[in-house]
Write a protein that binds this ligand. Structure first.
Ligand SMILES: Cc1cc2nc3c(=O)[nH]c(=O)nc-3n(C[C@H](O)[C@H](O)[C@H](O)COP(=O)(O)OP(=O)(O)OC[C@H]3O[C@@H](n4cnc5c(N)ncnc54)[C@H](O)[C@@H]3O)c2cc1C
Length: 129
């Protein structure tokens, strides 16, 4: 079973559509007998999926995507952009774009962390039908 949108803990139009896109991509992968691939954590959608699957459920709040959800830059980059928020955000975007390109090139990332969706055993058969 695949979940997307606010039922999986995101908030907002873009976030709901983005997780819907991931659920669709994962369903297509399963239907084709492939292993669904989680997006890199460095990307906005990868970070959103990480957040909704790792946040403490005790005080959970539905999440919009923000820069706060993305991984911190390395120390050297943090120092370099410490006083320039715009440049810091641009660097986070550059890192995300590079990670996305790698992900696309690699064709597969390590299986095991399908974060936006939960795929139960037998869903491959269901997706094919
Ligand atoms: C007042 C308000 C203002 C908002 N403003 C913004 C905004 O400005 N910007 C923004 O990004 N986000 C905004 N949001 C949040 C945004 O609307 C939601 O995050 C987003 O629509 C969630 O999309 P979804 O597809 O997950 O769910 P929904 O849009 O709620 O879609 C779920 C659909 O499932 C249907 N459904 C429910 N139960 C069943 C059932 N049993 N069988 C069949 N169908 C069923 C419902 O009728 C509905 O059509 C706002 C939300 C509200 C309430």
């Amino acid at each position: 079973m695949l979940f997307a949108g606010q039922i999986c803990g995101v908030e907002g139009y873009v976030e709901s559509i983005a997780t819907g896109m991931m659920a669709g991509m994962h369903a297509a992968a399963v239907a084709c007998g492939e292993t669904p691939r989680a997006l890199p954590r460095a990307t906005a959608l990868g970070s959103l999926c990480h957040y909704i699957t790792h946040a403490n459920p005790a005080n959970y709040q539905p999440a919009n995507i923000t820069f706060d959800l993305l991984p911190s830059l390395d120390e050297e980059a943090r120092k370099r952009f410490r006083k320039d928020r715009k440049a810091r955000h641009a660097e986070v975007c550059r890192v995300a774009a590079a990670a996305l390109l790698e992900w696309e090139k690699a064709g597969s990332i390590e299986a095991g962390s399908i974060e936006a969706v939960s795929i139960e055993a037998g869903s491959a058969e269901a997706a094919r039908q």
